[in-house]
Ligand binder design. Structure first.
Ligand code: ITT
Length: 193
C-alpha cells in the first residue's frame, strides 16, 4: 500500500482521513519522520496556512506530504472565526471555549448560516497541489452530540437534523468539508501513483 505523511498534530483529522482513504493509502504521522515540533500557522488565509504547514515538513524532512487547514466561516460574523478557528477563544485551541465564545457572539442573531471550509495542500515530487472541500449549514443554539471534534456539536449541515457530533465518522465524511477534500486528494493520488 503506498504511504504518505499527513502533516498534522490533530489526531481527529488523522482518524477521519484514515476512514476516508479506506486503505487506498497508508497515512504516516509526523512522529514517524522525527518531527516533534509544532507546525507554523502564521498565514492570513486557510489556503496559505495549509501550504505553510506542508512546505515546512517538506523542507525540513524531505518527504512527500500533505497538510490541511480548516475554518468555520460564519456569515453574520463576516466569515469569522475562519482562519482563526483554532485560536478563537485564545491560544489553547480549547473546543469548549471556542464554541461558548461563538454562541455568545451569535446571541440574538437570527442568521445562523455558516460553512466549514478545508484546504488540503499536497507536496508530491516537489510540486504543490491544493484540494478544497466546503459544507454549508447552520450554527445551532446549543451543543448537541458527543462525536466528532472542535465545533461539531454546534454545526448542523444543510439537509440534516443532526449535528456533525451526532454522526459516525463515516456519516460525517460522506458530506463534510474534510471528506470532500480528501476524496479529491485520493482521486489525484490514485491517478499519479
Ligand atoms: P493541525 O495540526 O492540522 O494544524 P489544528 O487542530 O490546529 O491541527 P486547524 O489549524 O485546521 O487544526 O484548526 C481548525 C480549528 O477548527 C480547530 O479549532 C478545530 O478543532 C476546528 N475544526 C477543524 N476541523 C473541524 C471539523 O471537521 N469539525 C469541527 N471543528 C473542526
Amino acid at each position: 500500500m503506498p504511504s504518505i505523511v499527513f502533516a498534522t498534530r490533530n489526531q481527529n483529522k488523522i482518524k477521519e482521513a484514515n476512514a476516508a482513504l479506506n486503505g487506498a493509502f497508508e497515512i504516516i504521522g509526523l512522529d514517524a519522520v522525527g518531527c516533534e515540533e509544532e507546525l507554523p500557522e502564521t498565514s492570513p488565509t486557510i489556503e496559505e496556512n495549509a501550504l505553510e504547514k506542508a512546505r515546512y515538513v517538506h523542507r525540513h524532512y524531505q518527504v512527500d506530504c500533505f497538510s490541511e487547514d480548516t475554518g468555520l466561516e460564519v456569515e453574520a460574523l463576516d466569515g469569522a472565526p475562519g482562519v482563526y478557528s483554532a485560536r478563537y477563544a485564545g491560544p489553547a485551541n480549547d473546543a469548549e471555549a471556542n464554541m461558548t465564545l461563538l454562541l455568545s457572539n451569535l446571541k440574538g442573531v437570527e442568521n445562523r448560516k455558516a460553512r466549514f471550509r478545508t484546504v488540503i495542500a499536497l507536496i508530491l515530487d516537489g510540486k504543490e497541489h491544493t484540494f478544497e472541500g466546503v459544507v454549508n449549514g447552520q450554527v445551532i443554539h446549543i451543543k448537541k452530540g458527543r462525536g466528532g471534534f472542535g465545533y461539531d456539536p454546534i454545526f448542523m449541515p444543510d439537509g440534516y437534523n443532526r449535528t456533525f457530533a451526532q454522526m459516525t465518522v463515516e456519516e460525517k465524511n460522506a458530506i463534510s468539508h474534510r471528506g470532500q477534500a480528501i476524496a479529491k486528494l485520493k482521486a489525484f493520488l490514485e491517478e499519479v501513483k
